[in-house]
Design a protein around this ligand. Structure first.
Ligand code: PLP
Length: 384
């Protein structure tokens, strides 16, 4: 079972796009959910300084004391609430925080609801940990927002022990309103089900949408976040979990035994990044411009059925009127147009062949180039 775990298919698209580039072809990269910018300048300066002044040995398993304190300050700034830093654990990215939190929260066989479409690593991670991923199918009828009706339906075949919800979501960009999130959190409390809120795309919000943190709604929720997206620090591998009291010690003990501690230099650099909002906000301005280019351009290229894209940096577009299989379509676009996009099969194994995910965290020039190529392709196929 573990030996036959599914790949994270997007990484294969990335490899195909890289191969096309190495063969001398220009590629418009809209496949990967990785900011094209690096860590903010103030954080990089801190890294240089640390190399000369700090031995950078092991830290405690929960991270350097200043970082949970800094994150508590960040949560207070963004959401106006006080969180005890003792409930904040540092980990290797949101991914590392997920593994430790899932291990701490559940015993083998526990049933955990995940939205489909949704981030594929949830179901693969759950499978690797001997937990059962219970699919919660969402679609345009609720604007890709999971509701209590979805949770009732998912628990009809057996009680749910947990539910993972991302807002803003990957791949749909959906942002849950405070009321929608509150309804899900309350349902979980009533059903003795752990609510796991993936808030990795907080800070990347457009057109007046507002992202609520589940920490504000319940101290029993598990909240996962990371420095990878808004803070533009994917490769530094720092994330965090805001844990309910009963999971603080189990999470810590698992971390001690499984990973010892998150990388020391990255923790200090992440702490510095918490003070770099001016630069980081300029990234959000660029994503806002990119989003507008795609929302305007994709319909001209024949894609009119788009998920909300209120947050994160993705547009989830229906493509089955263009080609039956989005995997074949993505391969054709890469080969003929140099446009790299991610077919939906990763995010939705059943319906994903009808959908494509476009990531808009690159440059506006990349977005314009891709839209021009796709529009020309569409006009040519209509004419032919
Ligand atoms: C929804 C979601 N959660 C978690 C992750 C993992 O992020 P990290 O780099 O912090 O491990 C990603 C990465 O793309 C993601 O899209």
């Amino acid at each position: 079972m573990r030996q036959s775990i599914d790949p994270f298919y997007v990484m294969e698209v990335v490899a195909a796009a890289d191969a096309a580039e190495r063969a001398g072809n220009a590629v418009f990269h809209l496949e990967v959910g990785q900011p094209s910018t690096g860590a903010p300048a103030g954080a990089i300066a801190r890294a240089h300084e640390l190399l000369d002044t700090n031995v950078l040995g092991y830290t405690t398993s929960r991270g350097i004391a200043e970082l949970p304190m800094g994150i508590a300050g960040h949560i207070a700034d963004w959401h106006g609430i006080d969180v005890d830093p003792a409930r904040i654990a540092i980990a290797q990215g949101a991914s590392g925080a997920f593994v430790l939190a899932l291990l701490a929260a559940f015993e083998p066989g526990a049933r955990v609801g995940v939205t489909v479409p949704g981030y594929p690593c949830y179901r693969n991670m759950l499978a690797a940990l001997d937990l059962e991923a219970v699919p919660i199918r969402i679609d345009a009828t609720t604007d890709f927002v999971p509701t209590v009706d979805h949770l009732d339906a998912a628990s009809a075949t057996g009680p749910l022990d947990g539910v993972i919800v991302a807002s803003p979501s990957n791949p749909t960009g959906t942002v849950l309103s405070r009321a929608a999130l509150t309804a899900l959190v309350s349902w979980c409390e009533e059903h003795d089900c752990r609510f796991i809120s993936d808030e990795i795309y907080h800070g990347l919000i457009y057109e007046g949408a507002e992202a609520t943190t589940a920490t504000e709604l319940s101290d029993r929720a598990i909240v996962i976040n990371s420095f990878s997206k808004y803070f533009s620090m994917t490769g530094w591998r720092i994330g965090w979990a805001v844990l309910p009291e009963d999971l603080v010690t189990p999470f810590d003990r698992l971390a001690q035994n499984l990973v010892i501690c998150p990388p020391a230099i990255s923790q200090h650099v992440a702490l510095a990044a918490l003070g770099c909002h001016d630069e980081l906000r300029s990234h959000v301005d660029r994503y806002t411009e990119n989003r507008a280019i795609l929302l305007d351009g994709l319909p001209k290229a024949g894609m009119t059925d788009l998920a909300p894209a209120d947050g994160a940096f993705y547009v989830w577009a229906r493509t089955d009127h263009l080609a039956a299989d989005s995997k074949a379509l993505a391969a054709e676009w890469l080969r003929e147009l140099g446009v790299a996009a991610t077919p939906g099969v990763d995010f939705d194994p059943d319906e994903g062949h009808r959908w494509m995910r476009f990531s808009f965290c690159g440059t506006p020039e990349t977005m314009r180039g891709a839209i021009d190529a796709l529009t020309t392709w569409r006009l040519r196929s209509l004419a032919g």
